[in-house]
Design a protein around this ligand. Structure first.
Ligand SMILES: Cc1cc2nc3c(=O)[nH]c(=O)nc-3n(C[C@H](O)[C@H](O)[C@H](O)COP(=O)(O)O)c2cc1C
Length: 199
């Protein structure tokens, strides 16, 4: 996220104006697994990822063409989004600074490969949520290409799901990213629709 601090005063009291930049936050910090023709799986950390459609279920990831994973994504048209928890935030960061071109990130991080049910790329067992995806469209935007993908299967850690089938995000200690820093998902403040719920 780059936003050059610009000391110009805004028209509004208590505000300063920044140049246009990628300051939307918080964003996820997820590990995207891919495998290309040569068969060695890779892990890429991504924060520019988002849910974009519920029916059919779809998400997007935004990837620079210079990334090794970009080639693997183009070759396979498939990937897995693995959501990390606080215990593996260091590994998550590492997969965002080392390239699969000259590093075996599974070997170096000790993260465990598991089987996907609908794609060739492996899931990361240590991640509480694994989202298997197939690319439907790629849009070149400039510095990044946007991959729009169909969610074909989801695996979650069973011990985090309650009797009602809800995943306890607080217990899962999911990691997010804001302005260059990693955070653990914090205290719950409400639930969907609580503002209009009658006591
Ligand atoms: C927190 C974090 C978020 C990142 N988000 C993105 C992203 O959204 N898109 C991208 O292309 N690179 C992103 N990167 C950079 C890549 O993860 C990094 O260049 C990585 O080493 C590329 O790996 P690869 O060459 O094995 O594919 C991010 C890095 C970090 C640490």
């Amino acid at each position: 996220m780059k936003a050059k601090a610009d000391k110009r005063h805004s028209a509004n009291p208590g505000k300063i104006t920044w140049q246009p930049g990628t300051v939307l936050s918080p964003v996820p910090a997820v590990m995207v697994t891919t495998v290309g023709n040569e068969g060695r799986p890779n892990i890429l950390t991504i924060s520019w990822a988002g849910t974009i459609c519920s029916e059919p279920p779809m998400l997007s990831i935004s990837v620079r063409p210079e990334r090794h994973s970009f080639k693997l994504l183009r070759e396979s048209g498939e990937f897995v989004v693995n959501i990390p928890d606080r215990k593996i935030v260091r590994e998550t960061d590492y997969c965002g600074v080392a390239s699969g071109r000259d590093h075996d990130k599974f070997h170096e991080t000790g993260l465990t490969m598991g089987r996907s049910e609908t794609v060739k790329a492996p899931i990361i067992i240590e991640c509480p949520i694994n989202i298997e995806c197939k690319v439907e469209r790629e849009i070149e935007l400039g510095s990044h290409s946007l991959f729009l993908a169909r969610i074909t299967n989801v695996q979650v850690s069973a011990d985090l799901v309650d009797d009602k089938g809800t995943l306890n995000a607080e217990k899962a200690a999911i990691v997010g990213y804001a302005h260059g820093h990693y955070y653990q998902l914090g205290r719950q403040l409400g639930h969907f629709g609580f503002s209009v719920k009658k006591n």
